[in-house]
Design a protein around this ligand. Sequence first.
Ligand code: PLP
Length: 338
Amino acid sequence: MPIDYRTDSGTLPTEEMRQAMYNARLGDDYYGEDPSVNLLEKTAAEMLGKEAAILTTTATLGNQLALLSQSREGSDIWVEKMSHIATHDYTAFLLPDRRFHTYEAHNGRSVRDDDLAAAKKGTQPLFCIENTHNRHGGTILPLSEMKRIHDQIGQAAGCVHLDGSRLFNASVATGVPINDFAACADTVVLCLCKGLSAPAGAVLAGSRETIRRARRWRAKMGAAMPQAGIIAAPAYVALKKMILRLAQDHLLAKQLAAGLAELPGLFVDLSLVETNIVLVHPAHSLKTAGQIRDELGQAGILVLLLDGETIRFVIDRNIAPQDLPITLEVMQSILKSN
Ligand SMILES: Cc1ncc(COP(=O)(O)O)c(C=O)c1O
């Protein structure tokens, strides 16, 4: 079995989740009649302190529905330059009549006054934030910063959308309750299949009216599923049982980062390792990051190359403490060999 650090979406469901799938009470979600979906959506909305929530197949779709439901022709939408929405989604192509702008959050942790001031001048501004921030290395946008953003954008009668795919990681790492983070955004996406280990699914939460619109968009996009309870049932287990275990992922990430940082030929900014992601910047005289990734792969250690220069390790339930010394040993021998 390879040691797979590529993503936290690859976690397989627990036995309890498989049982939940098997026993799920089902109905037609098109008519709001799937009890398992209804329970998941109600639970997620309550946890986030929002009026309503909608199950989506992916966090990508949840983000798209949030943008579609909270903007109109001519709206100004702000996305962080390295965010998932800016780098992976097709929302900007779906919405050519909205004006998209990018801003840069320093290490994913703070937003410049100038960017907020510019956003406030826009038409019905929709300001998107990501917490934790994937491409910045799982860094946390602090609650105080989120409050500031929300207050500022609120002064311009705008909305804040939070891509909180890994918001539970931020909550567990800081001890800040998830609903306190969620209170600083009008809509929130949570991913249930990353560290929380459900086989699929995300939720978008917000006001009743926004979620009603999102439901219509989801149907128009061909992403409604009749008996989605089969997905909602294990996702409910994820929400109820899997949150606190994220602390273990954070601990292993810190240990792995510390071990990698000691190896000559690698640079790791330990101050950025706050949750379950470790970014490694090789500074090797002979080997590129791509070569190191390939050699790790040949030795059964799977990692992702982020931008040609950065190797990303993501920790989830698939990674055990005993995988760390193996990883460090393999990395050390790759760095030593020509
Ligand atoms: C911050 C963030 N948002 C959204 C997504 C997309 O998640 P999904 O694969 O569920 O669409 C990811 C995936 O890694 C992510 O890191």
